[in-house]
Design a protein around this ligand. Sequence first.
Ligand code: HEC
Ligand code: HEC
Length: 409
Amino acid sequence: MKRVLSAVFLVAAVAVLAQIPRLASSTEAQPGPLSRKAAAERASALAAVGRKIFFDPALSGSGKLSCSSCHDPAFAYGPPNALSVQMGGANLLRPGLRAVSSLRYLQAVPHFTEHYFDSGESASESVDGGPTGGLTWDGRVDRIREQARIPLLSDFESANESPAAVVAAARRSPYGPELLKLSGSAGTAPVFDTILESLEAWQQDYRQFYPYSSKYDAWLAGKTSLSEAEKRGLQLFTDPRKGDCARCHVATRDGNGSPPQFTDYAMVALGVPRNREIHANKDPHWFDLGLCGPIRTDFRGRDEYCGRFRTPSLRNVATRQVFFHNGVVHSLKDAVEFYAQRDTNPEKWYPRDATGKVMKFDDLPTQYQRNVETGSPFGRSPGATPALSEEEVADIVTFLGTLTDGFIR
Ligand code: HEC
Ligand code: HEC
């Protein structure tokens, strides 16, 4: 089943313009509707302040952690190092629970829905794609400005004590006066909201956050050609009898001609191995079950959702050093190989228990293991030939390198 997502998505610049009235109209401090010009000016002033906040370590309990410490522009706004999870908190001694996501291409993520129907299909042929979309690995927030609240106040990330603490630090900063002007009121609530709004406005800067400047984009536009290995990799990536990756990591333009996002945003359980480096996992009874909790709270007790995480975009994936929601895999080659060998060679991926039995899906309590995806390229028996040979895995890795931004200058 191939679900090509027709997200409400336009050419980057148009999308930016379209945001402006929404940004302006949702600002309570503004007395009446702004003229188009005033709205554009406000949006760019917000983005300029948002950029400063994004890089400002003063807005953290430790005074040392900014958004960019974890979301580094040099790594496509993903993690700058090979740590599975980053350290945060007041003394930078509190480890996180999940791998840092890239902040690129989030503008196309649809709001979370429990039942996703592809708008391209007629109602009668429409298939329920299940839980889809939303921000973070479990889709628990919809809007970037709501998302920003999480790290600012989380005790293992920026670790500010309260919105008031964030506002106080922002007021002391060089951009304090500009922020207050944009807020239109000096109260904690309106200034905090303006901080969130400005972080969102900054993350809507298409040159930074959705440049579509990869070799693959250039190739789609007919401006360059792919090497033989890249072409083989693309073929294996899309071939249903080989990688079948494009089934979930969509590689073609959608019906509106929007560039491929390399995800359909569906929530899927892959059963990746437990990461024993994550501090919380020292407790054998603690499990990050994604959609069904415990971090996300509205689907607790929905057993059929346990173990599911949002399919990430593979754009810029070659700039990462940690893979999957728990960062358990440390090379792109291993991440691709996991798909080919999870079922044929489980002993390569999972530890053995005291009796020598391979503990497959060791990051999921037994009752949830039936949620794990078994369609291609998975689903072969132990000892069978993997869907991809070593050379084929290498070709897919080479192809994934074409998804890194910065090829078109
Ligand atoms: C200590 C590291 C750390 C810091 C600091 C941090 N983040 Fe994150 N960020 C993460 C992690 C980890 C995730 C994934 C969280 C999850 O899935 O629950 C994430 C996810 C996100 C997402 C959702 C991405 C997606 O794919 O849906 C956004 C947006 C985001 N962060 C923005 C910010 C902003 C804005 C700041 C600064 C106010 C910030 N982050 C600071 C670690 C960090
Ligand atoms: C059934 C849907 C599905 C298919 C098919 C699929 N993926 Fe994924 N992919 C996912 C989901 C879901 C995740 C996140 C899972 C998690 O972290 O628990 C993911 C994560 C990844 C990651 C890690 C990205 C990151 O930012 O950490 C890579 C790399 C990847 N997939 C590559 C591939 C390749 C290559 C193929 C084909 C061999 C493929 N995928 C096939 C759904 C799929």
